[in-house]
Design a protein around this ligand. Structure first.
Ligand SMILES: O=c1ccn([C@H]2C[C@H](O)[C@@H](CO)O2)c(=O)[nH]1
Ligand SMILES: [Zn+2]
Length: 141
């Protein structure tokens, strides 16, 4: 991933904060998912009065892509904070990490946590999901 691509992902993720629907937590999250074909899929968190149907920004982005037939991904950028203020890095929750395990190579997929355009950290999925369970674990031998 080039520095230009990283910058584009951060900018795109930040732009999604405007769409985040968070009347309950007021914690806004934006995501930008880079597919291997070069397309970027966006996502925001979408809350619900019944709370548990809430969908995280990361899963919104992954499900949008998969629903369009895209299943190969290179990286995701995540930004978030109270009222959309990027006070800290926003790591993906456990459910989103598990969804990433389904479609992304743990040793290759990159997770960019950003606080701003020049303030970001990059992790591999494997680092955030050590000993993770994925499709390979169901393979018969
Ligand atoms: O990585 C994360 C963590 C939290 N949230 C959302 C869920 C909920 O709407 C709000 C507070 O948990 O932030 C995300 O979208 N992604
Ligand atoms: Zn999540």
């Amino acid at each position: 991933m080039s520095e230009t691509q990283i910058q584009e992902l951060i900018e795109t993720a930040i732009a999604q904060l405007a769409f985040s629907y968070t009347p309950y937590s007021h914690f806004k999250v934006g995501a930008a998912l880079l597919a291997k074909n070069g397309q970027i899929y966006t996502g925001c968190n979408i809350e619900n009065a019944a709370y548990t149907p809430t969908n995280c920004a990361e899963r919104t982005a992954v499900f949008k892509a998969v629903s369009e037939g895209i299943r190969e991904f290179e990286a995701i950028c995540i930004v978030g904070g109270p009222d959309g203020e990027l006070l800290d890095y926003t790591p993906p929750c456990g459910v989103c990490r598990q969804v990433m395990m389904e479609f992304c190579h743990p040793d290759e997929f990159q997770i960019i946590l950003a606080k701003g355009k020049d303030d970001y950290r990059i992790y591999k999925l494997k680092d955030l999901m050590p000993q993770g369970f994925g499709p390979g674990n169901l393979e018969e031998r």
